[in-house]
Design a protein around this ligand. Structure first.
Ligand SMILES: [Zn+2]
Length: 97
């Protein structure tokens, strides 16, 4: 890792690192698939930056906000999230209105 700075989801996908979050309320740790989170942000037109992520990510345990975002090689906490291509298509259609 060394001097590599992770500022946006692009940095995560480029290095194929998943997004590790630590909850600010209960310290629960979660891992989100980097490519799928990047796609999700793109669809929702959210800024996929490390600074912005705590604004729309929620702890799966207590619903709190993550206080720390860092790259991790660990597998996603919910492997099924974003794995269903049909669900993406549905979301895309819904967002287009
Ligand atoms: Zn929590």
């Amino acid at each position: 890792m060394g001097t590599v700075k992770f500022r946006t989801l692009f940095d995560f996908t480029r290095h194929q690192m998943n997004v590790g979050c630590v909850c600010g309320s209960c310290a629960h740790q979660g891992v989100v698939h980097c490519d799928r989170l990047a796609r999700w942000c793109f669809l929702k037109r959210l800024h996929g930056t490390v600074d912005a992520l705590p604004g729309f990510l929620r702890c799966s345990h207590c619903g709190g906000r993550p206080m720390r975002i860092r790259p991790t090689p660990l597998p996603p906490t919910f492997p099924d999230w974003g794995a269903d291509e049909a669900a993406w298509k549905r979301m895309q259609r819904r967002l287009r209105g």
